[in-house]
Design a protein around this ligand. Structure first.
Ligand code: GRF
Length: 203
């Protein structure tokens, strides 16, 4: 199975995938890593692992559609089986969504359907939640609203701040992403009208 990873930032989730592959836990080939930000530190992680990198800088496009079309063309060139959004902070448009429907997953730091969008740690704390977590879901036109594939949950502790919660969640989030990508490498996972099946059986 071939995978293209989209990033915008530090790329610790990308690193988790790279490490899992190097440890032979993941049987996959990285086609390329694509970032919308030229200065994303995660690009160096990819280069150090020998993965081709491409920057599609969203600030260089007249509008969201033009960026989306170029991004779709760039990703399509490598014909990946799976597209993984790992800390990719742009909202995708129809070109990406249609081209990679059922083949594109996103990691989101909340127990979806709670807290779509940003600032999830602060919002969970302000709501007095006793648990927080991360989800991997299929990407659809609805922001952070596609069918959920997998989740990890951790307890909120007394005195937690958004930063503490994020730091405690991070390693669990990395494990979740690796385990979910591993699922894709072993089974023909499909997203069918809001439900998820593996080998034609519901998850
Ligand atoms: C992670 O918290 C992820 O859940 C969110 O953005 C962050 C990216 O971290 N979508 P990194 O770039 O993988 O280090």
């Amino acid at each position: 199975r071939t995978v293209t990873v989209l990033i915008s930032g530090t790329g610790t989730n990308l690193q988790a995938l790279i490490d899992a592959r190097q440890a032979r836990r993941l049987d996959l080939e990285f086609v390329q890593v694509v970032s919308n930000r030229p200065e994303a530190p995660g690009l160096r992680r990819a280069q150090q692992a020998g993965i081709p990198v491409t920057v599609v800088d969203h600030t260089e496009f007249a509008d969201r559609e033009a960026f989306d079309r170029e991004l779709a063309n760039t990703v399509a060139q490598g014909a990946p089986d799976l597209v993984v959004l790992a800390g990719f902070m742009r909202i995708l448009g129809p070109a990406m969504l249609q081209r990679f429907e059922n083949r594109m997953i996103n990691l989101h730091p909340s127990l979806l359907p709670l807290y779509r969008g940003t600032d999830t740690y602060r919002r969970a704390l302000e709501a007095g939640d006793r648990e927080h977590g991360a989800s991997v879901h299929f990407v659809t036109a609805e922001l952070d609203g596609g069918p959920v594939i997998s989740q990890v949950r951790i307890p909120v502790e007394t005195g937690d701040t958004p930063e503490r919660l994020e730091a405690r969640l991070a390693p669990r989030e990395h494990d979740l992403l690796v385990a979910t990508v591993e699922l894709f490498t072993r089974h023909p996972v499909q997203c069918c009208h809001g439900s998820i099946t593996i080998d034609d059986k519901p998850l």
